[in-house]
Design a protein around this ligand. Structure first.
Ligand code: ADP
Ligand code: ADP
Ligand code: ZN
Length: 214
């Protein structure tokens, strides 16, 4: 299965992507995760994307497209993949089409998680991630069994630098301007599955699985 999951910052893409990737045994390809890993390791790519991420702006299309192209040509993506956080602009979506065409592949579905703007800030600001394994929690809606510690690996839970309220607000603006047009883009191609992301994590997951298996 070749999937894209999209939605505004804090909608629950990463949370649902982890479930879907596990259920269908496909790699979870998150451009945000790739960038954060490079930032942490201080690679040239990390240095290049740091300013954009800290300001809540999009990394330039050419940079992102190159990363995704390389990742999709890895062996494990032959059996399918789930793209999370990419594409984020119409130019990226066009580039993805081209990359897939060259590889003789097509997308099966684009999952769009629909969440009211008011809910997004609370979700993103309350997000905590494991420093060690990247698992995602929420202080109120998905808290770990031991405060501040990851259930999966015992690692320390931290707040992302770009999850401060001011940056989240900026990221939502950027989403509305540059990413939201992709809803029409994929709807016109007949690929869009729209999911009500206002429900709890388990319910959203059930809706996604139901939509994928119709
Ligand atoms: P995204 O990848 O779209 O930015 P995440 O999956 O990281 O979003 O979720 C953002 C925050 O909201 C996390 O703290 C997550 O635990 C929490 N969250 C995700 N889905 C839900 C939901 N359906 N209800 C409440 N909180 C949620
Ligand atoms: P969220 O899931 O909360 O929307 P991500 O982890 O997907 O956040 O992205 C974090 C940041 O990484 C973005 O604000 C942006 O700076 C950068 N980024 C990730 N994916 C892309 C992309 N496809 N195009 C441009 N920038 C991206
Ligand atoms: Zn962990």
């Amino acid at each position: 299965m070749r999937l894209v999951i999209m939605g505004p910052p804090g909608a629950g893409k990463g949370t649902q992507a982890a479930m879907i990737a596990d259920r269908y045994s496909i790699p979870h390809v998150s451009t945000g995760d790739i960038f954060r890993k490079n930032l942490k390791e201080g690679t040239p790519l990390g240095l290049k994307v740091k300013e954009y991420m800290n300001k809540g702006l999009l990394v330039p299309d050419e940079t992102v497209v190159e990363i995704v192209k390389d990742r999709l040509s890895e062996e494990d993506c032959r059996k399918g993949f789930l793209l999370d956080g990419f594409p984020r602009t119409v130019a990226q979506a066009d580039a993805l089409d081209q990359v897939l065409e060259e590889m003789n592949m097509e997308l099966d579905h684009v999952i769009n998680i629909d969440v009211a703007k008011e809910v997004l800030v609370e979700r993103a600001v309350g997000r905590r991630v494991c420093k060690k394994c990247g698992s995602t929690y929420h202080v109120k809606y998905n808290s770990p069994s031991r405060p501040g510690l990851c259930d999966e690996c015992g690692g320390e839970l931290i707040q992302r630098d770009d999850d401060k309220e001011e940056t989240v607000t900026k990221r939502i603006e950027v989403y509305l301007e540059q990413t939201k047009p992709l809803i029409n883009y994929y709807s016109e191609k007949g690929l869009l599955l729209s999911i009500d992301g206002g429900q709890d994590i388990a319910k959203v997951g059930e809706q996604i699985v139901k939509a994928l298996e119709i």
